[in-house]
Design a binder for this molecule. Structure first.
Ligand code: ACM
Length: 736
């Protein structure tokens, strides 16, 4: 097996400790520039298969490409094959053999076929937890053979095959390779909150296509929230009629969505968040709340008081009817009942509820919540369903067989599995919080050395990326999900020791393009969005500057956007500057590696510094073009002026540091703190946007200030010295 790439040499473990964080950060900078040419010919497989052995030679991919089905055959397999072949045609521009009715022509001759698909059996018609998803793929110069115990495995094999497809001057080909693959975790999910901002059918479908591409197998739909009920109830129509502004999936549409997911080997797990996060439920049924109504759909973001009244028999009548209806609609064995963030305000203020708690010896609100969960559990069990809920449902009275969905902290998985509950990890996979990809990537449900017994480890089903929708619309949501979720998909599929961050980034750039080809819009949403911000009279040069500017910025992380835009609510258009920036700026990462080359080299080199000098000069020019032109004219872009000032200031510090380095003269004492202070100001967020190049610039300043020591120190000691100078602003980022 070939080494995945050069940077494997730099691999090390990372456990969210400040010192390692610092080391990690810098090593990331150090290796990123080296790996680009070292591994450019390797395919962009993501997730990395369990076993890959590259051979010699290649299978030429030509219009004569033909498939034979040698084992189990069924319409789902045929449809998946047709999708794969169409994507291959679109990518290569080749046209394969089609029949008159448009279907692909399959070969009856196994020995002569280009690709032999050999499935043993269908597998579950609707995917279930624990399905056999394995496959093997053998590419030799003579033939490609895909074996799989089930159609699900074959579908994963098709995705791998498409990811292997490459071209060079001789044409399209698959490299000779032997792959034996199966997932590490059975539960590999993406949660989409379709409730806070409504996300219609086409958004969910294109994201299902993206999920299939990276072998995710659970779509968790967060269907109810304070801000909306997004599913039709025939039994309790006031739920969706009064709680949705008319934006909901009809049951027929949901069946269509489930069929779409099923065809791609993806389970659909619905969430109905109760008893809290339930304002939209009590708009139509105010008598079910724990305080008198009337209620209106919540428009703001946060944690709100309305909560179902667990002492009211009518609540269970509604839940028995509604959940029974949903149990019939959704084929999956699991129903998620939320259970998070009940703030207790309405329960505390209601004397009848507090009396109920006392009389039943329920102890406190948590005891009441636990009793509620037991009753909901009984309803689900009667309908043949298993219960999942967020961390907060963990309680000594929680019935066995329930699943804990961990979101609040790393201890959630340990607590739940210690008590024998199966568990799913989302803490560390909150993609709505705009953290860089590598943080999610290194977040492992069962890290090496985890303090979990073998039995506890068995209870860890996997994980889910969570796309909460306070700050996304159908236009922008893909840019918050992709491509970062592909790295999470790899964490959940690939062996634990696949954790080379720079190779991940190399492959992520490739898979990101494939995701766009599959219909996602995480890149392509941007041009029209920028055009709208710019207004109708923007010049070409200004549009180019605007693109460079937003490429360098990032949305603020964690829950800071609400603090930056406190007046925003469900009606606020999400078409501002921040909505045109994306998490984990590739331009900022590229800049960090340019700095790395300059500051960690043995000595100053004008040649090494040239790309860096060009970059900071380009920033200054970008800022000038926009500040004096477009941003002054366009009402939408005026909000960008403070960040343009930040960019100007950052580029000036960068230029000055480079001049100091070029001069070879150590600046006066006090120069470095002054530059650091300028950088910290330049790093301040405005309109929920920030400039993520501050740490790299600080390294550059530190290298300039301490340059007289460079020749006297070993490479390692010099690196440590620089790191010690920038330490104060490199902080570990806490997960929520
Ligand atoms: C959650 O983020 N409240 C589950």
């Amino acid at each position: 097996m070939l080494p995945t790439n050069f940077s494997a040499m730099f691999n090390f473990e990372f456990h969210f400790c400040p010192r390692l964080y610092r080391l990690f950060f810098v090593s990331l900078l150090l290796v990123s520039s080296l790996t680009v040419f070292a591994s450019v010919s390797l395919p962009g497989l993501m997730p990395v298969p369990a076993e890959v052995h590259y051979g010699t030679g290649r299978f030429a991919f030509t219009p004569a490409w033909q498939v034979a089905i040698s084992g189990h055959d069924d319409p789902r397999l045929r449809a998946a094959l047709a999708r794969m072949l169409r994507r291959a045609e679109e990518r290569t521009g080749l046209t394969f053999a089609h029949l008159a009715d448009g279907e692909y022509s399959f070969s009856a001759n196994v020995t002569g076929a280009s690709l032999v698909v050999d499935c043993v059996a269908s597998g579950a018609a609707v995917p279930v937890l624990g399905d056999d998803e394995s496959y093997t793929l053998e590419v030799t110069p003579a033939q490609v053979i895909l074996h799989a115990p089930t159609v699900l495995g074959a579908m994963h094999g098709f995705e791998t095959l498409l990811q292997l497809l490459q071209s060079d001057a001789t044409g399209w080909f698959l490299p000779a390779v032997s792959i034996k693959d199966q997932p590490r975790f059975a539960w590999r999910g993406l949660m989409i909150d379709v409730a806070r901002h409504w996300q219609p059918m086409d958004v969910v479908k294109r994201n299902l296509d993206g999920m299939a591409l990276v072998k995710l197998n659970v779509l968790h739909l967060h269907l109810t929230e304070d801000q909306g009920i997004r599913i039709e109830s025939k039994k309790f129509p006031r739920l969706h009629q009064l709680g949705s502004d008319g934006h909901f999936f009809t049951q027929e549409e949901m069946r269509e969505l489930i069929a779409y997911a099923t065809a791609r080997g993806i389970r659909v797990v619905p969430e109905f968040d109760i008893p809290g996060h339930a304002t939209s439920w009590v708009v139509g049924y105010p008598e079910l709340a724990s305080a008198p109504g009337p209620y209106a759909i919540e428009r703001k973001w946060g944690v709100f008081d309305p909560v179902l009244d667990p002492t009211n028999p009518k609540v269970y009548e509604l839940l028995a009817g509604f959940l029974g209806e949903m149990a019939a609609l959704f084929p999956d064995a699991y129903i998620h009942i939320g259970g998070d963030e009940n703030n207790g305000v309405q329960w505390n203020a209601n004397p009848a509820i507090q009396t109920y708690i006392r009389e039943r010896n329920l102890k406190d609100n948590a005891g009441l919540h636990a009793e509620f969960n037991m009753r909901v559990h009984a309803i689900l069990a009667k309908n043949g369903k298993q219960l999942i809920g967020w961390d907060e449902i963990l309680h000594p009275d929680l019935p066995a067989g329930s699943v804990i969905h961990s979101w609040r902290g790393p201890e959630g998985i340990a607590d739940a599995t210690k008590r024998g509950y199966a568990s799913i990890l989302s803490n560390g996979y909150y993609i709505d919080l705009c953290y860089p990809t590598w943080e999610h990537y290194l977040n492992d449900p069962v890290p090496a050395g985890a303090n979990l017994s073998p039995e506890q480890q068995q209870h860890v089903l996997g994980g889910e990326a969570t796309m909460w929708a306070e700050w996304v619309t159908p236009e922008t949501i893909d840019s918050r999900i992709w491509p970062r979720t592909a790295a999470i998909a790899e964490r959940l599929w690939s062996p634990r020791d696949v954790r080379d961050v720079s190779d991940m980034y190399r492959r992520l750039a490739v898979v990101s393009r494939r995701l766009e080809e599959a219909g996602l819009r995480h890149e392509s949403y941007l041009d029209p969005a920028l055009r709208r911000l710019a207004g109708d009279d923007a010049k070409l040069e200004e549009m180019a500057a605007l693109r460079s500017f937003v490429d360098l910025l990032e949305p603020v992380k964690k829950y800071r956007r609400g603090g930056q835009q406190p007046a925003a609510n469900q009606f606020t258009p999400l078409t501002g500057l921040v909505d045109c920036t994306r998490p984990d700026s590739a331009a900022a990462r590229a800049f960090a590696s340019q700095v790395d080359v300059v500051v960690f080299a043995q000595s100053w080199s004008e040649l090494n510094a040239r790309p860096l000098a060009q970059t900071v000069l380009a920033w200054k020019s970008t800022a000038a073009i926009l500040t004096n032109g477009l941003a002054a004219r366009s009402p939408r872009l005026q909000e960008s002026l403070p960040e343009l000032q930040n960019l100007t200031a950052a580029s000036e510090v960068g230029q000055e540091a480079l001049q100091v380095l070029a001069s070879g003269q150590v600046p006066a004492a006090g120069w470095m703190p002054v530059q650091f202070a300028k950088l910290e100001r330049a790093g301040e967020a405005h309109v929920a946007v920030e400039l993520p190049v501050i740490v790299a610039l600080k390294l550059l300043v530190a290298a300039a200030a301490a340059q007289d020591q460079r020749a006297q120190l070993s490479a390692e000691a010099w690196k440590q010295h620089l790191l010690s100078l920038v330490t104060p602003i490199v902080k570990p980022v806490a997960t929520p």
